[in-house]
Design a protein around this ligand. Structure first.
Ligand SMILES: Cc1ncc(COP(=O)(O)O)c(C=O)c1O
Length: 381
């Protein structure tokens, strides 16, 4: 059996052909493929605006900048996420605090958010919920809390392209559609739903935020005549904000467009793989993945009694399961600079002791999945 990773991209001949077309064209970057990708992606998610950027971390950074995070301002997120969800606040000089996870679905807990907000002497300015593994956060509930406490909301939907939750009116709300948030972010790292090597997207329904993001993505520079404070001629541009070069290339955008055309088909495959794990492992491991009809299954996370030895046993069998995530508050940087400590977020820490992400990607074959399941059963019996 070939090595079986926890996630991997699928590149079709059509993907390759589309990339080669761009390589032979006039523009490798700053060309027409970017706007085309943004339009198709916005349409897929059901949001007004999308801004393509270099990666999900850049997306988070610009999203935080677009919320005007200032020095010392406090923002709340979950400890169970990739560090970038929290780091983006620090990039802007803000302060990060964490609220523990909900033990049922592993996303940030609404109760813990409320108790944090009620008991804090200093005001929080924003919140960054994360759709962990693709399990959709109920953004309507987040919005209710955010309105009560005057917070902005960035949804980290890096795991959740194609996922949705059903709101109180019975309407399906796609992850990252910003119906209940200010901005949302996605990543196109190879293990994600859409792979462009590196890549990311920011979505919003707010025109002002959209324009700011466009500016920040490219050094804060504009050539738009309606925005210039002076005009010296055709060459003239102005740097109006301190931005970055966070652009995606046309090569990547072409790949993204082609990948997106298979997104629904791939999501259906992910859900089928999840259903088989659910069925086969429900009486075998401590806990199978929490279920939600709108789950996007970037990851399939189980809880295992003896996670370390199961992880090692799988590796010996060429199955490369992974751990998502080591809680951010336990990272040495956070402990040293934000005074976070073991014991602060017991649900997150308990989750971390047992979590394991099993192979989950659209090209995982039946026989490979059967092998993963059998190998787990052999260990657990
Ligand atoms: C939840 C989450 N947010 C943000 C990111 C950052 O995305 P990127 O790797 O594209 O910078 C990741 C990456 O894995 C992630 O898992």
């Amino acid at each position: 059996m070939n090595p079986i990773p926890y996630g991997k991209q699928f590149i079709s001949q059509q993907d390759i052909d589309e990339v080669v077309k761009v390589l032979k064209s006039e523009y490798l970057t700053q060309g027409p493929k970017i706007a085309e990708f943004e339009k198709i992606f916005a349409n897929y998610i059901g949001v007004k605006y999308a801004v393509a950027v270099a990666n999900g971390t850049a997306a988070l950074h610009l999203a935080a900048m677009s919320m005007n995070v200032k020095k010392g301002e406090k923002v709340l997120t979950t400890p169970i996420t990739f560090a970038a969800s929290a780091n983006c606040v620090l990039y802007c000089g803000g302060n990060v605090e964490f609220a523990d996870i909900d033990k049922e679905n592993y996303n940030i807990s609404f109760e813990k958010i409320e108790s944090k907000l009620q008991h804090s002497a200093e005001k929080f300015v924003g919140i960054i919920p994360v759709d962990l593994a693709g399990f959709p956060v109920n953004m309507e509930k987040i919005k209710q809390i955010a309105e009560k406490y005057g917070l902005w909301v960035i949804e980290d939907a890096c795991h959740a392209a194609g996922g949705y939750f059903v709101d109180s009116k019975g309407v399906k709300q796609n992850c990252g559609n910003c119906a209940y948030s200010d901005v949302a972010v996605f990543s196109f790292h190879p293990v994600k739903h859409i792979a462009t090597g590196e890549g990311g997207m920011i979505t919003t329904n707010n025109e002002k935020i959209y324009k700011k993001l466009l500016l920040l993505r490219t050094h804060g520079i504009t050539k738009d005549e309606t925005l210039l404070t002076e005009n010296h001629g055709g060459w003239y541009y102005e740097m109006q904000e301190l931005g970055y070069n966070y652009r995606l290339t046309d090569i990547q955008a072409a790949l993204g467009i082609c990948q997106l055309s298979r997104a629904d088909e791939n999501l259906a495959k992910r859900r089928k793989i999840a259903a088989k794990y659910d069925k086969e492992l429900k009486n075998v491991v401590l806990r199978i993945s929490p279920f939600n009809e709108g789950h996007a299954y970037h990851l399939y996370i189980i809880q295992a009694k003896d996670r370390k030895n199961l992880y090692n046993h799988l590796r010996k069998n060429n199955i490369f399961a992974q751990v998502h995530y080591i809680p951010v508050h336990l990272m040495p940087y956070y402990q040293a600079n934000l005074q976070t400590r073991l014991g602060m977020f017991p649900e997150s820490e308990n989750y971390y002791q047992h979590c394991l992400s099993l192979p989950m990607y659209p090209t995982l074959t039946d026989s490979e999945q059967d092998f993963v399941i059998e190998t787990i059963k052999n260990f657990e019996k």
